[in-house]
Design a protein around this ligand. Structure first.
Ligand SMILES: [Zn+2]
Length: 509
């Protein structure tokens, strides 16, 4: 798949270098080190990372060489993809400071994050793992950072065409998801940043059942360590059913940077990072148009496909090119799918997108899969439960055999679950609300597996369960705001999504 923007000349930064250096002086001050894990910026052919203890750089054309230390301690010296796994290890040192943290695949992820010529910021300020910022919309559970804890999504493979068993000491990348789903569906997705996880799949042409249906499931924001542990403890029986006929990776799938929702839904489904697909943040500033873009918003999700850069291809388009059908449930990155929830919203012509769905969604108080106590107490829980009940209802339509559009299931179906993100934000990973939310998602998965079993489809279906990022606990005592310090220094900037700094383009209104 060609990608024109990959071949653009290396960007040298549009903000004046003097502004950048003044900003760095502010951001790298030890007084902010408790909230600033590291700062990253492009400089000619290099990407630099620094914090108050040191600086390193990598050649953006040669990520395999890795970071070279310039002074002090290399902030991304530890890139162990299995850092802070399994659950017992992370509970012993939760939300670690920079010196004890790890940044898997840091070079490739940062090079991609700075790869868009108009949309990538001049600087990324990476929150420390503990940073708590409720006054700016932060929560007890956070993601978005470069570190292992916030970047690690689960990765489980199961069923027809899968050879993975047990819990394997390995980690892959979110950009590997699209190519792997395509391979399970018998299609090729060339030219991606990711790869097919061939080591966990039956070889093409080998004996044994080939999947007649492939189901990719994204449980937004799910903590990988906790998912594996809860399934092993018998708390998530439907996930355990998948594990009985498959396996999972202890290190999961590492998100692209920043480890936020729409960046990584899109990376999973296109197999390329933000520097190529162009959705560099849930919110970003586009220098070409001089406008802020709210990409991940219930009013605009249904138009997310319009933000994709030329040459980018979704896994749904790959399946369509092979003449087969696909379906996409509750997922903004849906281009090419024959059935799509957001396609229905687009064709209905609603200008406020998913917001207008609310009245049509089922009452969460009547949902047998929802934890009633949280539905009553927590508005986000209630809303997300409604969305996910609608998701299950669509999966029943697609797989139930009663819908004339689907006498047999599509070759590829993608099913997005949203409650899991709400609950990890609300209480942080390992909290009661997070685990109750996972149990709800598991009950909905169980209902779907029961349906497949009753229709004789279970044995011939392949499953991939993942997320878009992880979740790490914030510390309510760890507060501070680098924007105040930048303003006090008289620096002209916008901070989009709290961390993407665009210099010289005026303060965010
Ligand atoms: Zn998310």
């Amino acid at each position: 798949v060609p990608s024109p923007n990959r071949d653009l000349p290396v960007r040298t930064g549009t903000g004046p270098v003097a502004d950048r250096d003044r900003a760095l002086t502010v951001l790298l001050d030890p007084a902010l080190a408790h909230v600033v894990d590291l700062v990253a910026w492009p400089d000619g052919a290099e990407i630099h990372v620094a914090n108050s203890e040191g600086e390193a750089a990598v050649d953006r054309t040669d990520p395999d060489r890795g970071f070279v230390t310039i002074r002090g301690r290399n902030p991304v010296a530890d890139q162990d993809p299995l850092h802070a796994t399994p659950l017992a290890a992370v509970l012993a040192d939760p939300s670690p400071p920079a010196a004890r943290n790890a940044y898997p695949f840091a070079a490739r992820r940062l090079i991609s994050a700075f790869g868009d010529p108009d949309r990538s910021p001049d600087l990324y300020v990476v929150h420390s793992a503990r940073h708590h910022w409720p006054e700016r919309g932060g929560h007890l559970g956070e993601h978005g950072s470069l570190d292992a804890g916030q970047s690690r999504a689960p990765l489980l493979l199961s069923g027809a065409g899968v050879t993975l068993t047990g819990v394997v000491d390995a980690a892959v990348r979110v950009v590997d998801i699209g190519p792997t789903l395509a391979a399970l569906a018998g299609c090729a997705m060339p030219g991606t940043d990711g790869r097919v996880l061939t080591e966990y799949l039956c070889a093409a042409g080998s004996p044994g059942p080939r999947p007649t249906a492939v189901v990719g499931m994204l449980w937004d924001g799910t903590n990988c360590n906790d998912l594996i542990d809860l399934a092993q403890q018998g708390e998530l029986p439907a996930v355990a059913r998948l594990l009985e006929r498959g396996g999972t990776l202890r290190g999961g799938a590492l998100a692209e940077f920043p480890s936020v929702t729409l960046v990584n839904h899109t990376s999973a489904l296109t197999g390329v990072g933000p520097g190529r697909h162009g959705i560099v943040g849930n919110v970003y500033f586009d220098r070409a148009t001089g406008r802020q873009v709210l990409a991940n918003d219930s009013a605009t999700w249904h138009r997310a496909g319009e933000l994709l850069r030329p040459g980018v291809c979704t896994v749904f388009e790959v399946v369509a090119a092979s003449g087969r059908a696909s379906a996409c449930v509750n997922e903004p990155t849906d281009r090419g799918a024959d059935y799509s929830t957001f396609g229905l919203i687009r064709s209905a012509g609603n200008s406020d997108g998913a917001r207008s769905l609310r009245s049509a969604l089922p009452d969460p108080a009547d949902d047998p899969h929802a934890t009633a106590e949280w539905v009553r107490e927590n508005g986000d829980y209630a809303w997300s439960s409604q969305v996910d009940a609608f998701g299950l209802a669509q999966m029943r339509q697609i797989f139930g055999g009663d819908n004339p559009q689907w006498p047999s299931p599509p070759l590829l179906t993608w099913w997005n679950t949203t409650l899991t993100d709400s609950v990890h934000h609300a209480g942080g990973p390992y909290s009661e609300i997070a685990r109750d939310g996972l149990a709800d998602a598991d009950r909905r998965l169980g209902a779907f597996l029961d349906l497949l079993d009753a229709r004789g489809l279970l044995e011939s279906t392949a499953f991939l369960l993942t997320a878009d990022h992880g979740s790490e606990g914030a510390d309510p005592a760890c507060t501070g705001d680098w924007d105040e310090a930048l303003r006090a220094a008289g620096i002209n900037f916008r901070d989009e999504g709290y961390g993407s700094i665009y210099l010289g383009v005026g303060a965010r209104v």
